[in-house]
Design a protein around this ligand. Sequence first.
Ligand code: A2H
Length: 255
Amino acid sequence: EGVGPQEYTGIKLKVLEFAEEAKAAVEGKIPADANVYMVAATLRPETMYGQTCCFVGPRIQYGVFRVSEKEYFIITERAARNMAFQGVFENRGEYPSVATLNGQSLIGTKVHAPLSVYTEGIRVLPMETVLATKGTGVVTSVPSDSPDDYATVTELAKKADYYKIKKEWVDLPIVPIIRTPSYGDKTAEFLVKQLKINSPKDTKQLAEAKELAYKEGFYLGTMIIGDFKDEEVQAAKPKVRGQLIKKGEAIAYSE
Ligand code: A2H
């Protein structure tokens, strides 16, 4: 970070069913035949097979932005502005918003996550550590390979009532995606346990786990699922990204 632009993949998670509060806020503002997507910024498109839920910051403000007649994105205004200048929207530089939603109102929304083995849809859940100033403010959760995601789903499952979510929305089996020599096929779980990380607030250890997971996964990881099974992660990463973009299930986004 800090040096040069960050090349994200914006994963389009299609809204299948809005949570009550969000539904009321968008009522009558989106054409019935349009698709609405939560767009999650990721640096690890090759892990998308393992998506188990989608995170928003409960106190972050999101807009519902009109990309075209048939397509709307739920992201932060900051991300919408950046995308508008990267030619993602119909008219360059324009990012019309039809509604504003706080993250909390989206909790429980059911979305379809491209490539996820959970094909019936996954849920939008709260993550306190989502930054409004990075990416789209939407983070797709891959607890097999992201220590942050693993720590958050563990916390949410432990305190489902406190977070006002259903335990079954978060308590899904973790899907092995990548095998590495040092950490097996559930890298995030391995490192969170090894570094004795107890909560998403253990930021220092999580930063270390993230670094270790990223290096091992990228340089020594092998895919164990999907179209590029048995290929090295380094080779598979751009291929999965290209496939998703080609199918209209993702966009290139940088900042
Ligand atoms: B990554 P960088 Cl499997 N706030 O995607 C907090 N975190 C955010 C965010 C935000 N606003 N926007 C994106 N992110 C997360 C997958 C993944 C990611 C895996 C492993 C590691 C990993 C699944 N979550 O990131 O600061 C997103 O999570 C480790 C860094 O721009 C995104 O990629 O370097 C990554 O952080 C971008 O972080």
